[in-house]
Write a protein that binds this ligand. Structure first.
Ligand code: MN
Length: 426
């Protein structure tokens, strides 16, 4: 299913007047406060977030999985779903593939389809957390860290294959997330596992094209519950530094122990020029992979404050690979992603409203109250009309969720694909 401009125009017509009123009132107020509203709106329009190929179907837990029907069952259909998201939100202009789930059978056709929907190929993800059919070696006890050289060699070769596939599509980054670790004390030698991982990553790094980067993701626990080889940003940064200039740390919001100060982590990584990628989601307890901004929107705003500061003040840090890494167990995956994209844009817009000069002055004066007032003044602003305007300017929907429902997208997808399709890789 593709959504054309006429569809979107029709759904916008009914609420256009209300949008215009709200936007003009907010724009007047912000202009009086000294903000450059059109600059903020154009920054929002330019901000694009990759959708991973595994987020388009119903997720599940180890207890079960409940379908939403009409799910995409191949790569073409996954890209079509992202096309729907992008048409409505104008924020989802990239896809992040997971290999081996998404190996194209026809590269030219896939590239053409993506280009027609204005979708780029973002970072490609390798998979060494499960065994593939007919694989010679098993990852049961780890991949890049494994005590067996043959297992490590298989995992290294897989990552090199993923680079090769991504290269043919125009990707520029490889994301490595390892499930490697141990479930019980004594199971692993921490030093050997870490050194094996470093050596394996260096072998992969050697196969990276010059204009590529390698993103090293970390996670404190799960699926291993005693230790994880790349447990935190410090371990990731050490490994990235051990590889070279093209290797970076990737921060996934859900991959921290409770109450970690994630805004401080992203801030210092940017100072060191080593923050390469960012995965959005939200959580209450662990790596819950919930809708972005659904649990801790203020924390998301504080993180965006640091990201905006970094984008404005840290030329030593590269442009970030942004991606939503969420799972949808009880919501329509596409509606969930629309909500996540909205929450990301909202936090970004609020962060752009922070008066950085006033904040700096208040910090120099040690005026703690003023610092908080500046941050919370921005946070409490209802910026949604700015998001609507950013979408409208690019031909998107004023209200993507309402448009999605009034166009009965899920119903159409079920009609096209049938009820019992299952998204590959889940
Ligand atoms: Mn992730």
């Amino acid at each position: 299913m593709t959504i054309n401009n006429e569809h979107i125009h029709d759904t916008n017509k009914k609420i256009h007047e209300e949008h215009a009123e709200n936007f003009n009132a907010l724009a007047n107020r912000l202009t009086k406060q000294g903000h450059d509203v059109s600059n903020i709106v154009s920054k929002l329009s330019e901000f694009q977030v990759a959708i991973p190929s595994w987020a388009l179907g119903a997720g599940g837990t180890r207890f079960g999985r409940f379908s939403f029907y009409g799910e995409p069952s191949n790569l073409e259909q996954k890209i079509e779903d992202i096309g729907v998201l992008h048409s409505l939100t104008q924020t989802a202009g990239a896809v992040s593939l997971h290999i081996p789930w998404d190996i194209p059978s026809d590269y030219a056709a896939i590239k053409e389809k993506a280009a027609a929907l204005d979708i780029k190929f973002d970072a490609v993800n390798s998979n060494t957390f499960q065994d593939q059919k007919d694989a010679a070696e098993t990852y049961k006890y780890g991949s890049l860290s494994n005590t067996s050289k043959a297992v490590r060699a298989q995992a290294i070769q897989h990552n090199l294959d993923v680079i090769n596939i991504g290269n043919k599509l125009g990707s520029k980054a490889l994301t490595v997330w390892l499930a490697d670790g141990s479930c019980f004390p004594g199971q692993n030698n921490f030093q050997t596992a870490f050194q094996n991982t470093q050596d394996s990553l260096i072998d992969i790094y050697k196969g990276l094209p010059d204009d590529w980067s390698m993103l090293v993701e970390y996670k404190p626990y799960e699926p291993n519950f005693y230790s994880t080889v790349i447990q935190d940003w410090g371990a990731s940064l050490m490994l990235a530094n051990g590889c070279g200039d093209k290797a970076y740390t990737l921060v996934d919001l859900g991959h921290h122990l409770p109450n970690s100060n994630i805004e401080q982590i992203v801030s210092i990584l940017q100072l060191k020029g080593k923050l390469g990628g960012f995965h959005f989601n939200d959580s209450k307890y662990g790596d819950d992979d919930l809708t972005v901004g659904s649990i801790k929107p203020y924390a998301l705003f504080l993180i965006f404050n640091e990201l905006v500061y970094g984008m404005q003040n840290n030329p030593q840090n590269p442009d970030l690979a942004w991606m939503i890494d969420a799972s949808h167990n009880v919501k329509d995956p596409l509606e969930d992603l629309i909500q996540s994209l909205e929450a990301i844009q909202e936090a970004y817009a609020k962060a752009l409203l922070i008066d950085q000069n006033a904040l700096k002055a208040a910090q120099l004066d040690n005026d703690v109250v003023k610092c908080q007032e500046i941050l919370q003044g921005a946070y409490r602003t209802d910026v949604r009309p700015l998001l609507e305007k950013a979408r409208l300017n690019r031909g998107g929907a004023i209200s993507p969720i309402d448009a999605y429902r009034s166009l009965d997208v899920r119903g159409q997808l079920i009609k096209e694909r049938g009820k019992n399709t299952i998204a590959t890789g889940l």
